[in-house]
Design a protein around this ligand. Structure first.
Ligand SMILES: [Fe+2]
Ligand SMILES: [Fe+2]
Length: 308
């Protein structure tokens, strides 16, 4: 069974990362419907607000209880987050509540795990689960409508599927925490690496497809990452199929190297977009969003590597 300290810390760190991710997915959906689907755009806006409120309440609880590693990882905010939010607000006219980002930058680590906090975290988790049910349902409807040509959006269908999978993972993690399930690092590494290697590969492909056709050098690099992560996904699936013990250190090491490289590429892309140096249809917040997801995966890989 999970200890009180682990329950509190893991729950809050999960919300700080994934709560923002959900808020931003809602934004990516909100701005890409056609005028016909204004109702969907409004619904996405409501979900964006609701995840923003969840995040604000989470920040209050998390101050003084989260780990130094989570703060240092760059999964909560990066050095670019505030700037890309401002630029994205400027482009779209949608207010992104940068106050949240400011308070996240001020988060302090600590160990104050009291029983009252445990109850409040339990309640926050329940609220997150109910919001996640809503956003999962919303993304599923959009994906189905797009796939059977009842709806057109400016997002790739694979991107809608991708953000749906991320929401389902978030839900699974919170559910596990609520039932105080203790997880073995080995099994966790196996599952998470298969999941995030696929996500990293898809990010490379999204970036590839959203760059201007003239940005040849950049999309060649993106292509290279797409292939590299496809190979890693294939390797982990093969090992899983054969039900053989994976050479955990090798797969983890290779994933770590590839993820560090794609993290640097994403950081460079974010900077290039902010400085108006790259021609694309990538909204700056999306670049920083994928950078944070790489930082999150790197944090996990570093933990897995220590247990190999
Ligand atoms: Fe995402
Ligand atoms: Fe993603």
């Amino acid at each position: 069974m999970l200890s009180r300290a682990e329950f509190i810390r893991q729950s809050l760190e999960t919300h700080l990362f994934f709560g923002r991710i959900m808020k931003e997915h809602s934004f990516f959906l909100q701005t890409t419907f056609t005028p016909r689907d204004e109702k969907f755009s409004k619904r996405a806006d409501e979900l964006r607000m609701a995840f923003g409120e969840l995040l604000e309440d989470c920040i209050v609880l998390a101050n003084g209880v989260i780990s130094r590693e989570a703060i240092a990882s760059g999964e909560i905010v990066t050095q670019y987050t505030l700037d890309v939010e401002k630029q994205t607000e400027f482009y779209t006219g949608v207010q992104l509540n940068t106050k949240i980002t400011q308070s996240e930058k001020g988060l302090a680590p600590g160990n104050d795990f009291n029983p009252l906090l445990e109850r409040r975290v339990f309640a926050l988790n329940r609220r997150a689960l109910s919001l996640l049910d809503s956003i999962i349902q919303f993304k599923t409807t959009i994906l189905n409508d797009v796939l059977c040509c009842k709806m057109f959006t400016m997002n790739y269908p694979l991107l809608i599927d991708h953000i749906l999978r991320e929401a389902k993972l978030y839900r699974r993690l919170i559910q596990r925490l609520q039932s105080r399930e203790q997880i073995t690092i080995q099994r966790e590494a196996f599952e998470q690496e298969a999941f995030w290697n696929q996500i990293m590969g898809e990010h490379a492909k999204f970036i590839r497809g959203l760059l201007d056709p003239s940005e040849e050098e950049l999309f060649n690099t993106a292509d290279h990452f797409g292939h590299e992560f496809d190979k890693l996904v294939y390797e982990s699936m093969e090992a899983q199929d054969r039900a053989m013990p994976v050479d955990c250190s090798r797969l983890t090491k290779e994933s770590l190297r590839a993820t560090k490289d794609i993290r640097d590429f994403k950081a460079q892309a974010t900077e290039g977009l902010l400085g108006c140096k790259i021609k694309s249809v990538i909204i700056p917040l999306l670049a920083d969003h994928t950078l944070r997801e790489a930082n999150h995966y790197l944090k996990l890989l570093n933990i897995f590597q220590h247990h190999c």
